[in-house]
Design a protein around this ligand. Structure first.
Ligand code: S3P
Length: 736
């Protein structure tokens, strides 16, 4: 765990950013020694007189004894200084910068020795202001602000952790981005607005020759032109450093301006209003949901419904997003591993992003996700930092239960909270066994979240699981890493085994006795960072399998789907129902079996669900119910009481919705009986359950009339892009 107490930090450039870092470090880090170098001697004298800086000097004098070197200079100057540094800094020093453009610096870095590159962590605090200079520096400049780190995969995890810790101590939130993407995004969100502000003021200055138009300008002009008060030297440097990307976005912008000019000329009021409305909604959303981000204004602010008309044909060859279960685990294990982990195919859904954000909050630097790619700089089993806020897990039971397994054995206190649905879900199933291992956890009355976890010393034990739940099993296996001795678990019916498989991929031994079903893990080991390829999620693919199966005509191919035998219950069930399924191109990717699945329109027969298939298809029952509604005969599902404690009570949600659509359904405490029939169409509520919403969207394929589904905002938790993918294969779906 990096510790900056008593370390020495050199700050090269004592302007707004460098000065603010210095002020904050001096106050927040006991025993720290600060060296500074700047061309402006007045800045240095002032900082020394204030007791902020301990020693000043030239570049060499400042950096030679420093543990951390911060280049707080404009980008071109950073690029100029970099080649000098390898001969000046000590061999353990970690170097970082704060420039707004990264590519130009990376190019300079590429000319330096590999060892130096591996200790240089490119960074950018997006916390500046139009003010500049040391006199404007403030120790609170970085509080709750975002810092973007853009290290390459070759940078040492230990160096990244040190820079992460430095910013964390200053109260910042640390995000990671791919370097090229950083420069493109910043060109659009920061560099372009600065250019517009400068150019607007320039235009007005020219207009104003000898006049006094500024006397009549007010808030609008002041707001828009604020950025034109920024430091001209620095901004000239930024535009030159990021010329190509700024030019690209500027061309797009010029085009847009000409478009607006034409609309104004043509007095096209409706088009102007429509464009302004789109911009207003996006800007309001940004301010409300991102800039002033807080969990209270999450999903329930967004009321999304699906309006789905019947469709005739379902066809296509598609790939659904990455597996949710594997994505959560990739983040967890990558974070507590030693070294760097690269994930491809990561599910960029709201649930998995909660797990990602939780580990970022605990001091892990994570780059991405960027098109499914995530790079994690692991901090090691004991390298997590105490979260500064309650970790908010949104709608995700998996995130809460698995992360609780990590937190139970830490040396710090923490809290886990969730949205309305998660706050009603049972947690005793993990809290009771964890407490048997020695954990100290408090729940809300009723055994629900939030969880207050007092990190404790855990002792490995044997635990016989009461519910067949991969979340419980995984939570305990993860806690087992932190426990002394051996932790073992027996499950009555096998549940998904991604945790066991992935621990092995991270070189952490887990054994399973096939006869007794006992799974064991020894505490105290280390995980080794690795590369993980995540297959498409069979639980998401299932919606389209059923859509094709119940369609009047059609065939759909789902590519690269994970077919781990502990997840293929839905394939077995559809097979039993007589669905025409073909599995091809079987292979293994990253320790998980994968294949292409083709499903054709079929005459479906009712079945009685074999009990042993229930845990293997646990997430697929909402859409299975839709298949049952289209089957000939009565389908019986029992032994599935777990469905009552998912994101909604799925037995009730599905029964109520199916009845609204004209299907006869009986419910039991542990299941339901569905009589196949005609789906009439009508209005249903998903009860904010993502899988219920998507299942009813699929029911429209066989409906006689429109199906309107309420409360669909949570579909984004597991299946971002569902609506457009569904539309691409023939669902007549609209988001309203
Ligand atoms: C999951 C396990 C299942 C499943 C959930 C994901 C996991 O829950 O419903 O969507 O990733 O371990 P249970 O194990 O509690 O049944």
């Amino acid at each position: 765990m990096p510790n900056l107490t008593n370390s020495s930090v050199a700050i090269i450039g004592l302007g707004l950013i460098g000065g603010s870092i210095a002020r904050a470090l001096k106050i927040r880090v006991p025993g720290i020694t600060l060296f500074a170098s700047d061309i402006n001697q007045d800045n240095l004298d002032l900082a020394v007189s204030e007791g902020v800086i301990d020693k000043t000097g030239d570049l060499k004098e400042c950096v030679e004894d420093a543990d951390i070197i911060i280049l707080a200079l404009p980008p071109l100057l950073v690029a100029e200084i970099i080649p000098l540094l390898p001969n000046l800094v000590n061999e353990h020093a970690v170097i970082t910068d704060v420039a707004s453009v990264k590519n130009v610096i990376n190019e300079a870095l590429n000319t330096t020795p590999k060892d130096f590159q591996s200790r240089f962590v490119l960074g950018h605090p997006i916390a500046g202001s139009e003010k500049s200079g040391y006199h404007a520096a403030s120790e609170s400049l970085f509080l709750d602000r975002n810092i973007i780190l853009t290290p390459s995969k070759e940078v040492l995890s230990s160096s990244v952790a040190k820079v992460n810790e430095l910013w964390r101590l200053l109260g910042a939130n640390i995000l990671g981005l791919n370097l090229e993407r950083h420069d493109s995004i910043l060109a659009a969100t920061s560099h372009l607005p600065h250019l517009l502000a400068y150019s607007l003021v320039d235009v007005l200055v020219e207009q104003n020759k000898g006049g006094d138009i500024f006397r009549y300008a007010a808030g609008g002009f002041a707001d828009f032109s604020r950025l034109a008060s920024s430091n001209p030297i620095m901004w000239a440097d930024i535009f030159i450093s990021n010329a190509v990307k700024t030019e690209q976005i500027l061309d797009t912008y010029i085009h847009k301006l000409l478009e607006f000019k034409e609309l104004i000329k043509a007095e096209n009021r409706s088009e102007l209003m429509s464009k302004f409305s789109t911009a207003k909604i996006s800007r309001d959303n940004f301010i409300e949901n991102l800039y002033k981000s807080n969990e209270a204004n999450e999903n329930h602010m967004r009321t999304i419904s699906y309006s789905v008309e019947p469709s005739k044909k379902i066809e296509g060859s598609i790939k659904v997003p990455g597996d949710k279960s594997i994505s959560h685990r990739g983040i967890i294990f990558g974070s507590i591993a030693d070294g760097v982990t690269e994930i491809n195919g990561f599910l960029e859904g709201e649930d998995t992003l909660k797990t990602l954000a939780a580990f970022q909050e605990m001091g892990v630097t994570i780059i991405g996700p960027d098109n499914g790619k995530v790079i994690i700089y692991g901090v090691g089993v004991n390298g997590l930092r105490q979260p500064r806020v309650a970790l908010y897990m949104g709608n995700s039971g998996t995130a809460m239960r698995l992360v609780a397994g990590v937190l139970a054995g830490q040396k710090f206190e923490s809290q886990l909270s969730g949205d309305e649905s998660l706050s009603k879900r049972p947690m005793k199933r993990i809290v009771n066994p964890l407490c048997e291992f020695g954990a100290e956890i408090k729940m809300a009355p009723g055994g629900n979240p939030p969880l207050h976890i007092n990190g404790a010393k855990l002792n490995g034990k044997h635990y016989d699981m009461e519910v067949a739940s991969a979340q419980v099993k995984s939570c305990l296996l993860i806690a087992g890493i932190y426990a002394t001795g051996k932790t073992s678990i027996t499950e009555s019916i096998p549940s998904r085994d991604h945790t066991e498989r992935m621990l092995k991929a991270f070189a952490y031994p887990v054994t399973r006795d096939d006869e007794s079903g006992k799974i064991s893990i020894e505490g105290g080991g280390n995980l080794v960072g690795t590369k993980i390829d995540i297959p498409a999620d069979i639980s998401s693919a299932a919606f389209f399998m059923v859509a094709a199966a119940i369609s009047q005509s059609g065939e759909i191919k789902l590519r690269d789907v994970g077919i781990n035998p502990t997840r293929t219950g839905i394939l077995s069930l559809l097979n039993l129902m007589g669905v025409d399924i073909e599995i091809s191109n079987r292979r293994e990717i990253g320790g998980e079996p994968v294949a292409d699945i083709t499903v054709r329109s079929s005459n479906i027969k009712a079945i009685t669900v074999p009990m042993e298939l229930v845990p293997l298809a646990i997430d697929e029952f909402p859409v299975f119910c839709v298949a049952a509604a289209c089957a000939e005969g009565t389908t019986i599902l029992r032994g599935a009481e777990e469905l009552r404690v998912k994101e909604s009570d799925r037995i009730e949600s599905m029964a109520l919705g199916l009845r609204n659509l004209g299907i006869s359904v009986r419910t039991f405490s542990d299941g339901m009986e569905i009589e196949g029939g005609v789906i009439r169409g009508g209005e249903v509520d998903s009860y904010s359950d993502h899988r219920v919403a998507m299942a009813f969207a699929v029911s429209s394929v066989r409906a006689n009339d429109k199906v309107l589904i309420k409360n669909c905002a949570n579909v984004g938790t597991s299946f971002p892009g569902f609506v457009s993918l569904a539309a691409s294969i023939g669902l007549n779906i609209l988001e309203i």
